[in-house]
Design a protein around this ligand. Sequence first.
Ligand SMILES: Nc1nc2c(ncn2[C@@H]2O[C@H](COP(=O)(O)OP(=O)(O)OP(=O)(O)O)[C@@H](O)[C@H]2O)c(=O)[nH]1
Ligand SMILES: [Mg+2]
Length: 266
Amino acid sequence: MEGTEEWKTQLEAWKNQLEKWLNQGIEYSQQIPPIQLYAAITILLFTTLLLLLIRVFKRVKSSTIVLTGLSGSGKTVIFYQLRDGSSHEGTVTSMEPNEDTFVLHSETAKRAKIKPVHLVDVPGHARLRPKLDEFLPQAAGIVFVVDAVEFLLNCRAASEYLYDILTKASVVKKKIPVLILCNKTDKVTAHSKEFIRKQMEKEIDKLRASRSAISEADIANDFTLGVAGEAFSFSHCYNKVTVAEASGLTGEISQVEQFIREYIKP
Ligand SMILES: Nc1nc2c(ncn2[C@@H]2O[C@H](COP(=O)(O)OP(=O)(O)OP(=O)(O)O)[C@@H](O)[C@H]2O)c(=O)[nH]1
Ligand SMILES: [Mg+2]
């Protein structure tokens, strides 16, 4: 009972103090010449509007999709399919990022004005991977291409590369969506996207353990992945990670086009 009484007096004291401050504030504002008050309010409104506009403008601006993945997974073939509707037979290992801004080939027949996409294909060669950091901060989406035929041979390397991307501050903070694109499904020996997703989750789970041991020695990735004590699943990621299938060679790329248009509205 005594405690409640004390609370009541305390509350009363706070209320009185608040009322005092409010009155002081009103009195003070009445002393300010109205013109100054209006000027202050206008400046405040103007700055808020400007900040809002900058935010909106920034969001609208990103129309970059980054194609990444191991060398030989089929990024350049997909790049050409998206741009020209042809695989440009005979691609060789890329030595430079491929980039262009265009309306997707499948959309060129449409009459309406369509927003072009800025597509970047970053070669998988280890020496060129640092180039990825130049493009990731401006990406609206990342397409991680996996060779579904030679998958088992490359599972570890691909998972390591993906792990590095999923733990980059530029990717995590902006929650950039990632599409794992299982390519070369025209071959009967291609593994299914579900199989690939599960194997990569298992591999990343192993990596998580070994990397967190390293991170204690301060060679850390920017962020850690997954939920402690649980087997890793892509659904634990800060950003949305989805899986899809494609065949760059035969032009079956509708799922990647869908992904692009989900994040870059036409
Ligand atoms: N069967 C089949 N082969 C494909 C497909 N996509 C690409 N390839 C072949 O895979 C090889 C590598 O394709 P690229 O597009 O050059 O691979 P990349 O990912 O750009 O490789 P880097 O530039 O080295 O990073 C080429 O011989 C392609 O013809 C596909 O959908 N099906
Ligand atoms: Mg290439």
